[in-house]
Ligand binder design. Structure first.
Ligand code: SF4
Length: 220
């Protein structure tokens, strides 16, 4: 850093610049501009599952002012959402809908697990009707502990998400790669919940050999 600033005509990025221009020109990276635009316009999906949702609603009220982060525009459609805040108990009846909504969100998309229930089942863990964490089905970017987390805790989680966005590069993010991003198979609700990704394991356990072909799973 000492070497970079050795010349008085260099700015902090290490580029030569005439003194009269130094107040007028800012040099930065494409990643920084791109991430700044995204970190201040994360639109959460407007849905809640249980008691944690009340705290999420409080966070959106005037006292906590989500607009400071550009996140006050809660969208009623997954097609317009960047962030899924899973706020509440994830039941087996609800998880197929959550996965379907996640699949319908366009990239880039993020998931924040709000509270003990969404993060790992909470007080209902191992209950007959409850999923032990939404991350068993969709990828979670930020976990916010608590039962329920306070609005301040949720805001802290949202700032952590902003830090994660800051660390991404336009050259390596998954949604700009050549490979298609596969949708997550929607779980099937019967007497219990079944994840289609578990079909090979289920077959090998019940039939004693790996399955040859799997039934096509619903993805949207
Ligand atoms: S973590 Fe606590 S407050 Fe949040 S949904 Fe579960 S039981 Fe309710």
């Amino acid at each position: 850093m000492t070497e970079i600033n050795a010349s008085p005509n260099m700015n902090s990025s290490g580029y030569e610049m005439p003194p009269e221009m130094r107040q007028n020109i800012a040099i930065t990276t494409l990643d920084k501009i791109w991430n700044m635009g995204r970190r201040y316009s994360v639109w959460p999906m407007m849905f809640g599952l249980a008691c944690c949702a009340i705290e999420m609603i409080c966070t959106a009220a005037s006292r906590y002012d989500l607009a400071r982060f550009g996140m006050e525009v809660m969208r009623p459609s997954p097609r317009q959402s960047d962030l899924m805040i899973v706020s509440g108990t994830v039941t087996k009846k609800m998880i197929p809908q959550i996965v379907r909504l996640y699949n319908q969100m366009p990239e880039p998309k993020y998931v924040l697990a709000m509270g003990a229930c969404a993060s790992g089942g909470g007080p209902f863990k191992e209950g007959y009707n409850v999923v032990s964490g939404v991350d068993k089905y969709i990828p979670v970017d930020v976990y916010v502990p608590g039962c329920p987390p306070t609005p301040q805790a949720l805001l802290h989680g949202l700032m952590k998400l902003q830090e994660k966005i800051d660390s991404e590069s336009i050259t390596s993010v998954r949604w700009y790669q050549k490979e298609a991003i596969e949708a997550i198979p929607v779980p099937i609700l019967g007497p219990d919940i079944i994840d289609p990704r578990d079909f090979p394991t289920i077959k090998s356990l019940t039939q004693g050999k790996p399955a040859a072909a799997e039934p096509a799973a619903e993805t949207a």
